[in-house]
Design a protein around this ligand. Structure first.
Ligand code: IVH
Length: 804
């Protein structure tokens, strides 16, 4: 038996190790309940023997008594700032890297011709802190303050889960001061704001503010409840530990001491060209990082060279913050219109005074739906924060209330406009514009706008009568991931629809040169090439139309999955379309698939199955499909790669019958009772009375027969093909995750190849992942794969596997 002192010591050590595995490595070795049990044991022991509590006790992570104020801490090594460099983008998104090239020139001349290397890190958008460890134990944490003097936030920093309270590894220095950034992950930020909102508390504008507000709490118990993270980016001083010659080695050393390093492949680069290429990749993909960064920090790697270069005023000459284009900007809402989408969804859109944000000029931003517009209380005339991050659609984040246009008016006692002058008038300020509400009818076709109960989205009820819906549906049909009709883009389709030259999908295949010419003459569509080559000038005047017709012609034999996706069936995205194609192999069969079997398919639930079945049951859609086949569109059939014996096992489809609720366990029992046959289900007189009642309805009886026939058909064929296909069992049914940029294949090409070979592609790495395919700049997914011991392939490895 350990005595209390020993027990306290060993529990402290053990719990700190578990916390490191959990928060820093992301690979917990014990269940949460075990951690909690040991934690409570330690708490109890410490309450009994407070004199034995260790300095690095994990119980201190929950925070302590509130402080009256923060003490100040003088930084022995000042906390400096970084100079910034920007790379403005032109309207085509091309970066101008002049400032970075000038930085590189300064380095080159400062090092008078000696070779050098850069190391790149994220420019974290949080708060700088400095952590002091004596003999491996965290003794002080301070904010940056003015760089010379900061605030003592030790109690608060102790609550941050991935800050080591005691350093680990075999090479713990006597003293080390680690510099890094405290921040809040995007997911934690979203959860915090949701909680704050539910409790009627202050909403934070961004993760940075939330992190700052949380770290600078006098009551560390509040800090403990806010999930913060710390990422190390440097060593300010060290005694009696590793001495490193390079910054990248310092980072690796910090990692061995137990610190979290940034996600992503922020490695070393030996020339400015690859630094800039990496910047462009990260700039486009920063949304994938779990935290916000506002640029990259580019540092000269060699510490001797850093010394040689030195400092100017309060910033190092050997480093620079290469900032990304701002993702948020202020502008004014000039009007609020609505946009009608393919499914009739009516979206309010703010028309904005043009503003440069996220690297492009933004003139519209989505307000998502009426509820959102009202929740944010966006009105005409408002000054708003717009955000455009990565490739996402620009959105209005919030309004700036103090800039709302107001007018002076008589108001009643409640501060509302006193329209009838009945009350004792006072003069007050009221908003110039009323709160937003959707129009009652569709601005395009005049049909009513309706909202189903419980749905946030309102829809135009005009269906294919509505020109906007027709156009959107056709644009989707022709788009790259659908029928991929080259030459028939948004502009052409909008013109064809506006002139009523095309109404339905099949009309596209009836286009000819005269119709296209009419479209052009009436119209609005320009040829894409304004500068003509000699060859083009000589070619026939209808060459452009012939090109479109050639594009239409080649689209006539699409893959089944693309075709199904192109139809624009509600809830059927690319992934669902692929599952349908893999399960049934031909359009003809997808059209006949009974709803309970659809609902059995992987990734397809009741709602999606119902939507698919409804689509193929609709007379209008059947006419449309037959019409498409009649004009010569012929989706390619493909082998059945999903095994019906698995996904459509009897208890699975029985549990998905309409108007008969049954768990799979009970369904299995019913199947047994019926002698394991549909015959039995249909006729056996000994089955439960509820079942007999259900099957006595003609439509249900017919449904059972359809299911039986359909299954017999695909079971016989599916079975044969799946064997004869000879697909590698290293790929069939396996889950792949793609990350980073592959050298030759585009991401969707790689995905298509994997799926064609019977594999699945998922977006996130988990224990169920079989392979991670990592390209250049692969990030946290690759790290996670490594930590979970999942096979990692590069592009060559993937191709070899698919061919094997
Ligand atoms: S190094 C002498 N590396 O940027 C070099 N700073 O403008 C000092 N920051 O207050 C800093 N990410 O909080 C460095 N990877 C990184 C950084 C980083 C964010 C912050 C830091 C500092 C500010 C300087």
């Amino acid at each position: 038996m350990e005595n209390p002192v020993q027990r306290i010591r060993s529990l402290t050590e053990l719990l700190n190790r578990y916390a490191y595995e959990y928060y820093t490595l992301d690979t917990p070795s014990v269940p949460d309940a075990e951690y909690d049990k040991l934690f409570r044991e330690l708490q109890a022991l410490e309450a009994e023997y407070p004199q034995y509590r260790e300095k690095d006790s994990p119980t201190q992570r929950v925070g302590g008594q509130p402080l009256a104020g923060f003490d100040s801490v003088v930084h022995t090594v000042p906390m400096l700032s970084l100079n910034n460099a920007f790379s403005p983008q032109d309207e085509n998104g091309v970066f101008d890297h002049t400032e970075m090239l000038a930085f590189d020139e300064r380095i080159k001349s400062g090092l008078s011709g000696v070779e050098y290397e850069y190391v790149i890190e994220p420019k974290f958008d949080g708060l700088a802190v400095s952590l002091l460890y004596q003999n491996g134990v965290l003794v002080q944490a301070a904010t940056r303050g003015d760089g010379s003097t900061g605030e003592d936030v030790t109690q608060n920093v102790r609550t941050i889960s991935n800050v080591p309270l005691r350093l680990q590894g075999s090479n713990v220095p006597e003293m080390i001061e680690v510099r890094g950034e405290v921040l809040m992950l995007k997911a934690d930020f979203a959860a915090l704001n949701a909680k704050q909102e539910a409790e009627g508390q202050k909403i934070f504008a961004n993760p940075r503010n939330a992190a700052a507000g949380s770290l600078r709490q006098l009551d560390s118990r509040i800090t403990a409840r806010r999930r913060l993270h710390f990422f190390a980016y440097g060593i300010a001083r060290i005694e009696g530990g590793n001495t490193c010659s390079e910054h990248s080695k310092e980072l690796a050393y910090l990692s061995t001491l137990g610190f979290s390093l940034p996600h992503g492949n922020f490695g070393c680069f030996d020339n400015i060209g690859s630094v800039l290429a990496f910047y462009e990749t990260v700039s486009a993909r920063r949304a994938e990082l779990p935290y916000e960064i506002d640029g990259m920090v580019v540092k000269v790697n060699s510490l001797a060279q850093q010394d040689m270069l030195g400092y100017i005023s309060r910033a190092p000459r050997w480093a620079i913050a290469h900032k990304f284009p701002a993702e948020e900007a202020l502008t004014v809402v000039e009007a609020i219109d609505v946009q009608v989408g393919r499914t009739g969804a009516v979206t309010p859109v703010a028309r904005l005074k043009p503003v440069f944000v996220g690297g492009v000029t933004v003139t519209n931003a989505t307000l998502h739906n009426e509820g959102e517009a009202r929740r944010k209380d966006v009105r005409e005339g408002d000054t708003v924060v717009v955000r455009r991050a990565g490739d996402v659609i620009p959105e209005v984040v919030r309004i700036v209330p103090e800039r709302r246009p107001m007018i002076v008016q008589s108001v009643d006692a409640g501060g509302q406009p006193d329209l009838f002058g009945e009350k004792d008038n006072t003069v007050g300020q009221v908003p110039k514009y009323p709160p937003y509400s959707l129009p009652a009818s569709c601005p395009i076709c005049g049909s009513g706008i309706e909202r189903e109960e419980g749905e946030a989205v309102a829809r135009c009820s005009g269906g294919m009568l509505c020109q906007a819906q027709r156009a959107q549906g056709l644009i989707h049909f022709a788009s790259r991931k659908a029928m991929d009709i080259e030459g028939l883009g948004q502009k052409q389709i909008e013109a064809l629809v506006a002139q009523d030259l095309v109404r339905h999908f099949a009309d596209i295949y009836r286009l000819n040169v005269p119709i296209l010419q009419r479209m052009k003459e009436n119209g609005t569509v320009e040829e894409t090439d304004t500068v003509k080559t000699e060859a083009q000038k000589k070619s026939s005047p209808t060459k452009w139309a012939e090109n479109i017709l050639a594009g239409i012609e080649t689209s006539k034999t699409p893959d089944l999955a693309r075709f199904l996706f192109a139809l624009g069936i509600r809830h059927v995205g690319e992934r669902t379309a692929k599952v349908l194609a893999q399960a049934f192999g031909s359009l003809e069969r997808v059209r006949r698939a009974p709803e309970p079997l659809l609902a059995c398919l992987p990734d397809i639930g009741g709602v999606v199955a119902h939507s698919v079945a409804q689509f193929f049951a609709s007379p209008e859609q059947n006419t449309m499909l037959d019409d498409l086949l009649a004009v010569g569109v012929l989706p390619k059939s493909q082998p059945v790669v999903l095994n019906p014996a698995e996904y459509a096992a009897p208890q699975r489809w029985l549990a998905r019958l309409p108007d008969f609720k049954l768990s799979e366990t009970r369904a299995a029992a019913l199947w047994d009772l019926a002698g394991c046959s549909v015959e039995g289900l249909l006729h056996d007189k000994a089955l439960p009375i509820e079942w007999q009642q259900w099957r006595s309805q003609l439509k249900n009886k017919v449904l059972l027969e359809q299911i039986q026939n359909f299954l017999t058909e695909i079971l016989s064929e599916g079975g044969q093909q799946m064997v004869s296909d000879g697909l590698s069992d290293k790929v069939v049914g396996k889950t792949f995750v793609l990350t980073g940029t592959l050298s030759n294949l585009k991401r969707d090409e790689a995905q298509a190849m994997i799926e064609a070979a019977g594999g699945k592609v998922s977006g996130s790495v988990s224990k169920k992942t079989d392979y991670v395919v990592a390209g250049e700049a692969a990030g946290s997914k690759l790290e996670k794969a490594r930590s979970l011991g999942i096979a990692v392939l590069d592009e060559g490895g993937l191709l070899a596997l698919l061919q094997s």
